[in-house]
Design a protein. Structure first.
Lengths: 291, 263
């Protein structure tokens, strides 16, 4: 089955500077969740931004294709590309406080996109906002629609953003560390909600996180990134039972769990870093871009 | 080391301040009592807003409690004034969550570690700085680097070195690994447990992450809405959590294991 999102050989670099994504390929099918994991600076959020067309100006795309719903976004003129992304994809951001405008009420923040970008009528957009807030289990929807972001708890704000992402029935959602700012108990509710919404709407989900525990709960497959390169791509169960790449094994060994208090916690060993660096270098030479 | 009895702390609630007159008080710590004996590594765990950071700051008297008592090594420090506290301050130190914002970006590592030493009038500053770097496993030539030239894990080692250099009796570590990648986190945790063994440090380790607490701490205190809901030896707490809230916390942790029951 062909992926709903299909990234082929995506290569990015800082304008006039180093390469930051090295020929990244991945696929996310409708209704499936693909995780992007790696340490900070590995390029996992950058992939999400490239898909949503929100890369900073300082970054240029030097190669590859991003196929969304059967269309190569990178072959489209900018206007058309933005229109397609707006109609088919959405983002669940990390920090629910900075992602919401503090001076605007919740209702208009959800409906704005529907009215301005997708051309819905105000009445339709309002009805849709109420329905979708209800769907993410927000109590007293009418009150929340009139509230300002600071009047809601962190978990409620994240529910609002999930509702907002699903409001226009996107085919793909990029979730960028959606629970990193939350408590574990709230995180659990939110992850469950994301899973429930994804299953009901059949949305493809690209899930960016640094937390292997979270990945094991929500993803069907994942890519492990190091220095902008995919070092391992795997189905979820295979990854946790038989990780192949030494860097993947090292990441797992560095993750503490409360079940194993005495087992040794291993930082990623220098040899493994050396090995991945060499791999990245050789790849760069073959592909002919500067490191 | 610490004896804390019926500790209460309130802040004015500015969100509900009437236009005229005093704002209502909101109570953050609601009567906490516990001890930290010498040589114990106490984990303080709780969700956001549970009061764990406020408790830490009250213990170091960065905040003044509304009532109750805090005794540090026999001295009642609950309401001491700043001049009275100053000679004690060397003896309880803090490691901060975010080394990027707690280390002055314009000073080199040497100056960052030496600053507090000079402030407390300690002798042999250079020798102490170099020993502190050794203890946290940073090479001596890092003394001339600036914070932005270090990785996150290295920066956090500087934060630890700065606290250790003063040879304090007690160190408070407030979420010091939550901003780090797993690999740096593993390094910092291994370093801390090694230092705890070697120096027989008394340490309070604030964290929201029970997996991290289990690695490091001998006792655990669980805070919820400003109250202690459970305190126990670490092994006992994980084997048989007594409070509902502790069980809820444990059940919510996603283990890196696709077969974990987590519904």
């Amino acid at each position: 089955m062909s992926g709903f999102l299909d990234i082929k050989g995506l290569t990015l670099r800082l304008r006039g500077g180093p390469t930051i994504l090295r020929s990244v390929s991945l696929r996310v099918a409708s209704g499936k969740v693909h995780g992007l994991v790696g340490e900070s600076g590995a390029g996992k959020s950058t992939i999400g931004k490239a898909v949503l067309g929100t890369l900073p100006r300082a970054i240029e795309i030097t190669g590859g294709e991003i196929w969304l719903d059967g269309v190569n976004l990178l072959a489209l003129p900018p206007r058309e590309r933005r229109r397609r992304i707006g109609a088919t994809a959405a983002l669940i951001p990390q920090d629910p406080l900075t992602a919401l405008n503090p001076s605007k009420r919740i209702g208009p923040q959800i409906t704005r996109r529907l009215i301005d970008i997708l051309g819905w009528s105000k009445a339709d957009a309002n009805r849709r906002a109420r329905d979708i807030l209800d769907e993410v289990h927000i109590p007293d929807v009418a009150r929340v629609m009139r509230s300002y972001p600071h009047e809601l708890s962190g978990g409620m704000r994240q529910r609002v953003l999930i509702a907002s992402a699903f409001a226009a029935e996107p085919k793909l959602i990029v979730a960028d560390e959606p629970t990193t700012a939350l408590d574990v108990t709230v995180q659990k509710q939110i992850l469950r909600l994301i899973n429930e919404m994804r299953a009901r709407h059949g949305t493809a989900l690209l899930f960016v996180t640094h937390d292997l525990g979270v990945v094991s709960k929500v993803c069907n497959s994942l890519s492990v990134l190091y220095a902008g390169k995919v070092v391992e791509e795997a189905q979820m169960h295979r990854f946790f039972t038989q990780p192949i790449h030494p860097y993947s094994r090292a990441l797992l060994a560095a993750t503490p769990t409360y079940l194993d208090p005495d087992g040794s916690l291993q930082p990623v060993p220098a040899e493994v870093i050396q090995e991945v660096e060499t791999e990245v270098h050789q790849h760069a030479q073959r592909a002919g871009y500067d490191v | 080391m610490y004896e804390i009895r019926n500790l209460r702390l309130s802040f004015p609630d500015m969100a509900h301040k009437p236009l005229f007159g005093a704002p209502p008080q909101i109570e953050i710590l609601k009567g906490l009592s516990f001890d930290i004996p010498k040589g114990v590594v106490l984990g303080i765990v709780g969700g956001s807003g549970s009061g764990k950071s406020t408790l830490g700051r009250a213990m170091l008297r960065l905040l003044e409690p509304s009532s109750g008592t805090i005794r540090f090594d026999g001295t009642d420090i609950t309401h001491l004034s700043e001049p009275e506290l100053r000679p004690l301050r060397r003896r309880f130190q803090m490691i901060f969550q975010d080394p990027m914002s707690s280390l002055n970006p314009r000073r080199q590592v040497h100056g960052l570690i030496a600053g507090p030493l000079r402030l407390h009038g300690m002798e042999d500053v250079t020798g102490r700085v170099s020993r502190a770097l050794d203890m946290v496993g940073l090479p001596q030539n890092f003394a001339t680097r600036y914070p932005h030239e270090l990785s996150g894990g290295q920066r956090q080692r500087v934060g630890i070195a700065r606290a250790l250099a003063l040879e304090p009796d007690f160190i408070l570590a407030d979420e010091i690994v939550s901003g780090l990648d797993v690999s740096s986190q593993a390094q910092v945790l291994n370093l801390l447990s090694q230092l705890v063994d070697e120096l027989r440090m008394t340490l309070a380790f604030i964290s929201h992450d029970l997996s991290v607490i289990r690695r490091l701490c001998t006792r655990v205190l669980v805070l919820h809405h400003g109250k202690i809901v459970e305190q126990a030896e670490t092994a006992a707490l994980f084997d048989a959590p007594a409070a509902d809230y502790t069980r809820e916390l444990l059940a919510a942790i996603p283990l890196p294991d696709p077969y974990q029951e987590w519904a």
